[in-house]
Design a protein around this ligand. Sequence first.
Ligand code: ADP
Ligand code: MG
Length: 287
Amino acid sequence: AVPLVVAISTSISAQKGLLIRNRTAFENARLISTIIFDKTGTLTKGSHELQDVKVLNQNFNEKELLRLASGIEQHSEHYIATGLLRKVKELHIEVPRSESFNYLPGKGLEGIVDGKEIKVVGPNYLKEQTIDFPETDDAFTGTVVYILIANEVAGYFTFSDQIRESSFEAIRILKEAGIKNLLLTGDNERVAEKVSNELKMDGYLANVLPHDKLEKVKELQERGEYVAMTGDGVNDAPALAQADVGIAVGSGTDVAAETADIILVNSDPKDIANLILFGKATYNKMI
Ligand code: ADP
Ligand code: MG
C-alpha cells in the first residue's frame, strides 16, 4: 500500500508542477539546508541569442566561421548549439556535414568539417590547453565560445541569455526560509557573477567542470549540509545523483531527468522553493 502521506504529497505535488520520482524525495525536501543551482537553463532561460561574431583569422569571414561551427554544433544539445543553429538558419547558411565529431564534456566539441579540424569550445578549454586567446570586452557579461581551426583560434561567438522571471522570487523565498543558495556553472566568471548578483544569491562558482560539480556537492555534504542540486544538462547528472535531493528542470535533457528525484514539470525554479516550504509545513503538522 502507498503510505497516505506519499499519496497526498504526490497528488498535491502534481498540482504544484512537480513530478516526484523517488518516494522519499518529498519527505527529504524539508531537510534541505543548501541548494545549488546550475545557471544555464535552470536560473536562466537558455535563450542564447547570438550577439556577435568576431573574426580573428582573415582567411575566413563571419559566415564561414558560422558555417564551420554549425557543422560541429549540429551534434550538440547545448543551448549554445541551439542558438548558433537558429542564427545559421536565419542567414540561410547550409549546415555542412561533419566527417567525425567528439564531445569535450563541459568544454564544447570537436570534429572534422570540409577536411578541417574544427573545435568549438569555451575559454576553460583554451586555458587548460594553454592556447592564447583574446580577452573580450570587459563590459560583456554573456557566454563566449571560440572556434579553433587546426588548433588556432579563428574567431569567437558571443551569446546573451535571460534570467527566468521566477528565479528572483525563488531565491527570495529560499533566503527567507534560511536556506543557503549557490550558483554553480561551467560558464565564465563574468556571467556567473552577474547572474548571482542580480538574483542576490549567497555565492557562485564559475568554470566548474561536470566532475567538479559533483565534488562541490560532496564537499558541502561533508560539512554537514543537506544538499539539493538543481540542473538541466547532461553535465549536471553526476551532481544530481550525488545530492541528497536531485532536482531536474523539465525542459532539460533526458539524462538529467532520469537521474533526478524530482522533476520541475514547468521548468519553474519557484516550484522548488514552494516544494521545500510545503514539505516543511506538511511534516511539521504531522509530527
Ligand atoms: P552550465 O554549467 O552553465 O550549464 P555547461 O557545463 O553545460 O554549462 O557548459 C560549460 C561551458 O562549456 C559553456 O559555457 C561553454 O563554454 C562550453 N560548452 C558546452 N557545450 C558547448 C557547445 N555545444 N559548444 C561550445 N561550447 C560548449
Ligand atoms: Mg546547464
